[in-house]
Design a protein around this ligand. Structure first.
Ligand code: RUQ
Ligand code: CUA
Length: 660
C-alpha cells in the first residue's frame, strides 16, 4: 500500500497544535499517549539474558528481506536474507546461494517483500516455516525456522505484481498468489506484444495455488484464469470456510492509465471467493489445460549445502466458465484492500480503502446465496452474488481509509485506518466500534500473534505505520518506518512502545517463541557436509589449477586459514575460494574477503562450505582475511595470494605455517 502522504497531511500538520493544546491543558503530551509510562515500560521490559515471548517476523518491504524482532521488547534479533543479496553474510553473492535468486528473467538481486505468513496445522501456527511473497518479479519464498534461512523460492508464471500472497490454507496445503497488475496472456508468446489500449480484450489475471509438500517443497499446482482486474490481497478460510480462499480485487473498471481516478469509479469491486478444495480435486482428476508458463523453482539442497535451480515449462490452468462452482464474485465497496477471516471462519472482512463503512460478509450467507443462485450478474462465467444477500454488517465509524483487520480471539476485531491514523476495535457480535487508539502515523497492516489464525493470542497488537515524522531522532530525509506495540489485553487499548523497523514492513507474523526455540540448529555437522567442494580436515586443504580456473580448497578454524600462502595464480584466472569452516560450536562463523574482489565477503557457519569467485586484474600480492571478530587472535587470521602476470611460469604452490 502506497502511503498517501497528501491525504494524511492534515493529520500531522495538526499535531503541533494539538500537542500545544494538550501541553497547556494536560501537561506533557508524550505522557498522554504512553498512559502510565512506567507501567508501559514494565510491560515491555525483557531483562538482560531473558528471552522475548514472541518472534516477530516482519516483511522488509523494499529491502526484500525479513527482519526478525523480539516481542514485546522490540529488539532487532536478526535479518533473514530472502529476495535481496545480503552483504552481511554473502547471500546471493556466494556461489552456493546465487541460484536462489534465479528467475525466468535471469538473476534478480532484489525484490519487494510484503506478507510473511507462518505455516499452520489445524489452522494454528506450527513454527515450521514462514512464507513471504515477492511483489515485483512474482515469487514466493519459504523460510526454514530451524536455521532462519531461505530454503526455497518459487517463481509464479503468468502473473505480475504478486501481492495477494503468500497466505496459507489451514493445514498449509496451499499458499496463495495472484496478479495485481493484469497482463496480456496468450499461449503464443508473440501475441503478448499488444497495444496497452487493448487492455479490456487482452489483459488477464490469474489466481494461483502453490502446493506445499510435507517437507515444504512448493509447486504451482494450478492457476484460475480471471478477468483483468487488480487482485490485491487474500486470506484462506478456516473452520466452516476452510475449503475456501478470498481475494480482494479493485480496478474492476479495467483502467490502464491514471488508476487513481479511473479505477475509483465503481461503487463496488469484488472479493473473489474460491473453493480451492473443489478446484484442487478437479485438477487431481485431470481437469484444466497445461499452458506455457516458464518458471524457476530454487531450493537449498541440505545434503550438499548449496542451492539448485530447476526450470519448469508449463502450468495447469482452469477456466472458470468450464468449471462452475470454483469461483464467485462478492460485490464489495469500494476498491477494497485487505481481506481477513475471523477466527470462527464465519466472517470475511474487507478493508474499504475508499468506503465509508467496513463491510463484513457472512460465509453462511454466501453459501445460501450460491445454493439459491442469488446472482446479480455474471462476469466471464463467474457468478456475481447479490451484495444484500451476503453482507452481514457494515461497521460504521471504523475510521477513514480502512485497510487491514486482525482478531484477538475474544470476540473483537481490530482494523487499521490509514487516513485517520488509528486502530479501531469493534465487536464481532454487535459490529459496533468499542474502542479506538491513535497511531503515529498512517498504519498499513497490523499484527496480533496468531491474529489471522483460528487461535489468536489477544495480548499484543503491533501497528505497522507508514509515516514516522517526529517519533525518533531525525535521520535526514529518510526515516525508518515505525512499529507500535499496543496492549490489547484490557478493555482499552494502551500504547506501550515505539520502535523503528528496517525497509517497509507491510505484514508481519508473531509466533510464540516456544514453537521455534527448541528446534534451532546451532551448527552444521561437518560429517554430514556433502558439498562437492568441502574440505573437512586441514590435511585435505589444497590448491588446484584446471586451465584458467584455480580452485582453493580452504579451511578455517580459530585463528587461521589453511592454506594461508598461495602462489601461482595469474592475471586472467578465475579463482574459486571454497572455504569450509571446520569449527563445531555455536556462533563461531568465520568470514573471508580478498582485496579487489568484486563481490561481498563470505560468512561461513560452522560445518558449512561457501565459495567466493575472484577475478584478479593485476599482478601483486593480495591479502585476504577473516571478516568476523572470532577470537582474541582474529586480527592474525589472514593470508596472502600472489598474482603473477598472465604469461608467468610461477607454478601453483600453497602452505600454512612453513616459511617457504
Ligand atoms: S499491503 S500495508 Cu502489501 Cu496493505 Cu502494505
Ligand atoms: Cu575468523 Cu576472525
Amino acid at each position: 500500500m502506497e502511503p498517501n502522504k497528501k491525504k494524511s497531511r492534515f493529520v500531522w500538520w495538526s499535531v503541533p497544535l494539538i500537542a500545544v493544546l494538550a501541553f497547556t491543558f494536560y501537561g506533557c503530551p508524550s505522557q498522554q499517549n504512553l498512559a502510565g509510562s512506567s507501567d508501559a515500560a514494565q510491560k515491555v521490559y525483557v531483562a538482560p539474558g531473558e528471552y522475548d515471548e514472541y518472534y516477530g517476523m516482519f516483511s522488509g518491504g523494499y529491502s526484500g528481506q525479513m527482519p526478525v524482532y523480539g516481542l514485546p521488547s522490540g529488539r532487532h534479533l536478526y535479518t533473514i536474507p530472502v529476495f535481496t543479496q545480503s552483504a552481511v553474510n554473502g547471500y546471493g553473492y556466494n556461489e552456493e546461494t546465487k541460484p536462489m535468486l534465479m528467475t525466468s528473467h535471469g538473476y534478480i538481486p532484489w525484490d519487494d517483500a510484503h506478507h510473511p505468513e507462518g505455516s499452520q496445522t489445524n489452522g494454528e501456527l506450527d513454527g515450521r516455516w514462514v512464507f513471504m511473497n515477492a511483489n515485483n518479479t512474482p515469487r514466493i519464498a519459504r523460510i526454514d525456522l530451524t536455521n532462519f534461512q531461505t530454503a526455497e523460492i518459487i517463481e509464479i508464471p503468468n502473473s505480475a505484481g504478486n501481492h495477494a500472497s503468500s497466505f496459507v490454507t489451514v493445514n498449509t496445503e496451499y499458499v496463495s498468489a495472484a496478479t495485481r497488475f493484469s497482463i496480456p496472456m496468450d499461449e503464443n508468446l508473440e501475441n503478448m506484444d499488444v497495444p496497452i489500449s487493448s487492455y479490456a480484450e487482452n489483459f488477464k489475471g490469474t489466481i494461483s495455488f502453490i502446493k506445499v509438500g510435507d517437507e515444504g517443497q512448493m509447486s504451482v499446482d494450478f492457476q484460475i484464469l480471471v478477468p483483468g482486474f487488480n487482485y490485491d490481497l487474500s486470506h484462506a478460510g478456516k473452520g466452516p470456510s476452510e475449503d475456501w480462499a478470498f481475494f480482494t480485487s479493485y480496478n474492476s473498471e479495467q483502467a490502464h492509465t491514471l488508476l487513481e481516478r479511473n479505477a475509483s469509479r465503481n461503487d463496488k469491486d469484488f472479493i473473489a471467493a474460491i473453493n480451492w478444495r473443489k478446484a484442487a480435486d478437479l485438477v487431481a482428476e485431470g481437469a484444466g489445460e497445461d499452458i506455457p508458463g516458464e518458471h524457476y523453482r530454487n531450493y537449498m539442497d541440505h545434503d550438499q549445502q548449496l542451492a539448485k535451480s530447476e526450470l519448469i515449462e508449463t502450468v495447469r490452468v482452469l477456466d472458470p466458465s468450464e468449471h462452475p462452482g470454483i469461483i464467485y464474485y462478492l460485490p464489495t465497496p469500494k476498491s477494497p484492500h485487505g481481506v481477513d477471516v475471523d477466527p470462527s471462519g464465519q466472517y470475511i472482512v474487507a478493508g474499504g480503502k475508499l468506503s465509508s463503512v467496513l463491510p463484513v460478509h457472512s460465509f453462511e450467507k454466501i453459501q445460501q446465496a450460491i445454493e439459491n443462485e442469488d446472482y446479480e450478474g455474471e462476469i466471464d462465467g463467474i457468478p456475481v452474488l447479490n451484495y444484500e444477500s451476503i453482507v452481514q454488517a457494515e461497521v460504521e465509524n471504523a475510521g477513514i481509509g480502512t485497510l487491514h483487520t486482525e482478531f484477538d480471539g475474544n470476540g473483537y476485531a481490530y482494523t487499521t485506518a490509514f487516513i485517520s491514523s488509528e486502530i479501531v476495535k469493534w465487536s464481532l457480535e454487535t459490529f459496533e466500534v468499542v474502542d479506538r487508539i491513535d497511531t503515529y502515523y498512517s498504519p498499513g497492516h497490523l499484527m496480533i500473534p496468531g491474529g489471522d489464525t483460528r487461535n489468536p493470542e489477544g495480548k499484543y497488537l503491533v501497528a505497522l505505520n507508514k509515516i514516522t515524522k517526529d517519533r525518533y531522532l531525525p535521520t535526514g530525509p529518510e526515516l525508518f518506518h515505525s512499529a507500535q506495540l499496543i496492549d490489547i489485553s484490557g478493555d482499552k487499548m494502551e500504547l506501550l512502545l515505539d520502535f523503528p523497523t528496517d525497509g517497509e514492513p507491510h505484514y508481519a507474523q508473531g509466533i510464540r517463541a516456544d514453537l521455534i526455540v527448541d528446534n534451532q540448529i546451532r551448527f552444521y555437522e561437518l560429517e554430514k557436509n556433502n558439498h562437492p567442494d568441502a574440505t573437512k580436515t586441514e590435511s585435505e586443504a589444497r590448491v588446484e589449477r584446471d586451465g584458467d580456473n584455480v580452485h582453493v580448497y580452504m579451511t578455517s578454524i580459530r585463528s587461521h586459514f589453511t592454506p594461508d600462502n598461495i602462489e601461482g595464480v595469474k592475471v586472467g584466472d578465475t579463482v574459486y575460494f571454497h572455504l569450509t569452516n571446520i569449527e563445531q560450536d555455536w556462533d563461531v562463523p568465520h568470514g573471508f574477503a580478498v582485496m579487489g574482489a568484486q563481490t561481498s565477503e563470505l560468512l561461513v557457519m560452522p560445518g558449512e562450505t561457501r565459495t567466493l569467485e575472484w577475478h584478479p586484474k593485476k599482478p601483486g600480492v593480495f591479502p585476504f582475511y577473516c571478516t568476523d571478530f572470532c577470537s582474541a587472535l582474529h586480527q592474525e587470521m589472514q593470508g596472502y595470494v600472489r598474482v603473477s602476470p598472465e604469461d608467468s611460469d610461477v607454478e601453483i604452490s600453497y602452505r600454512t605455517g612453513t616459511e617457504d
